[in-house]
Design a protein around this ligand. Structure first.
Ligand code: NAD
Length: 387
């Protein structure tokens, strides 16, 4: 479909013949993030035109087949002049290259340009530098949800449900820019928040970038150790698995994240080295009290964090059940809870590799929680506790 046809199609009328507000949203990069954003935008605004760019045929064709976009191009420049909003959902370095290309294109006046990159300062800085003479708006974005999967095939309309969607304003952000973005993204059901780009990069270096380094480092260490200690692989269980899950992430993305946030990441590495030296010293000196405080401090800090809330949403009513590693045990408990609505259920093995698993069930109401506690205690021999 040519550009003219796309523009005509964007002007639609509803059943009463009134003209609906129509927008053309151009998503460059139809991978996990770009594809999921497209699906979420469409859910909130079925009449918006969503068009896309993708370098490879594969995701482009999948995006068309799945109805993620209505039109797709392999030439980034082709659709940019048509768009009311341009979302760059490609790797960080490519995002900056596309910003440079946009600087030399004839775009719609007041077009909103945004991105999805996992680091923000370099991108916001590039937009301010290259777009400053153009009549455009730019706001940095980081939709904070992901998956180990990639490509349009993995796009999921619910990916950003309850997730933080971070806006990092630039000198090209107007007071209305973020409001317009929130309106456009209403179908994502995300939680919007505004953060300075540098502060974003500092905080994510601590809670995301550095943990990825630790997880991969731990995996490398254990893998090397397993060469001469073969039981390493066999004994690694729940706790080790939880600590290293993110070591399966895509290496290319993480390379660009570390390189675009080097200063903050290096600072966190240096801080952690000091902490490792400290605990090594306590062990070397046999200082039981200091070691106890080290673990107690970690335990207290973890309890205070939002990770105890599901997806950051305020706490549900949680119950924990010690369950033996036996066939049908979960089915047995679920059968008892028939008729009670569960919010979430998972098995937590982290501290109990050698004994039981802990079945963690969340309920919406206190009444459901009390009912469940009673039913499980009365009908099984399993330990049931609330904290
Ligand atoms: P993805 O691999 O699923 O998709 C990336 C897309 O970019 C693909 O469509 C690919 O064809 C395209 N692409 C890659 N290199 C390109 C190049 N040189 N030129 C043109 N196109 C290119 O990755 P994704 O997870 O959707 O990541 C996209 C962006 O979102 C990245 O900036 C990433 O930092 C950010 N992000 C990722 C996550 C996550 O967990 N996956 C979370 C939040 C933000």
């Amino acid at each position: 479909m040519g550009s003219k046809k796309l523009m005509e199609n964007a002007a639609k009328r509803n059943d009463s013949g009134e003209k609906m507000e129509e927008k053309i949203i151009y998503i460059a990069g139809l991978g996990l993030i770009g594809g999921s954003l497209a699906l979420g935008i469409k859910r909130g605004h079925p009449h918006y035109k969503i068009i896309g760019y993708n370098r490879s045929d594969k995701s482009r064709n999948i995006a068309l087949e799945r109805g993620i976009v209505e039109e797709a191009t392999a030439d980034f420049k082709e659709f940019a002049p048509l768009a009311d909003v341009i979302i760059l959902a490609v790797p960080i370095k490519q995002t900056i290259d596309f910003i440079k290309i946009l600087a030399n294109l004839e775009l719609k006046e007041n077009v909103i340009i945004t991105d999805a990159g996992s680091t923000k300062f370099e991108i916001v800085k590039a937009a301010e530098k290259y777009l400053k003479h153009k009549p455009v708006q730019f706001v940095g974005s980081h939709p904070m949800a992901g998956s180990h999967k990639s490509g349009a095939i993995a796009a999921n309309v619910n990916l950003f449900e309850n997730a933080y969607y971070i806006f990092c304003p630039s000198s090209l952000t107007k007071s209305s820019t973020i409001l317009e973005m929130q309106e456009m993204l209403s179908g994502l059901n995300a939680r919007f928040i505004e953060v300075d780009a540098q502060e974003h990069d500092k905080v994510t270096s601590q809670i995301s970038h550095f943990p990825h380094i630790l997880a991969s480092g731990l995996m490398e260490q254990a893998g090397d150790y397993a060469v001469n200690h073969q039981l390493t692989n066999r004994f690694a269980a729940g706790g080790f698995r939880d600590m290293t899950r993110i070591a399966e992430s895509e290496p290319g993305m993480w390379t660009s994240i570390l390189l675009s946030n080097a200063e903050a990441v290096l600072e966190r590495i240096s801080d952690f080295k000091g902490r490792l030296d400290e605990i090594a010293e306590f062990i070397d000196q046999g200082d039981a009290e200091a070691i106890w405080h080290f673990f107690d401090n970690g335990r207290q800090k973890r309890k205070e964090m939002e990770i105890h809330k599901r997806g950051g949403v305020d706490s549900f009513y949680d119950i924990y059940v010690d369950v033996p590693d036996r066939e049908n045990v979960i089915l047995e408990i679920l059968e008892l809870l028939r008729g009670t609505s569960l919010v979430n259920i998972h098995i937590n093995e982290e501290n109990r590799d050698d004994i039981n698993g802990v079945l963690h069930i969340s309920f919406k109401t206190e009444a459901d929680l009390i009912r469940a506690q009673k039913l499980i205690s009365q009908n099984t021999t399993y330990n049931v506790y609330l904290d």
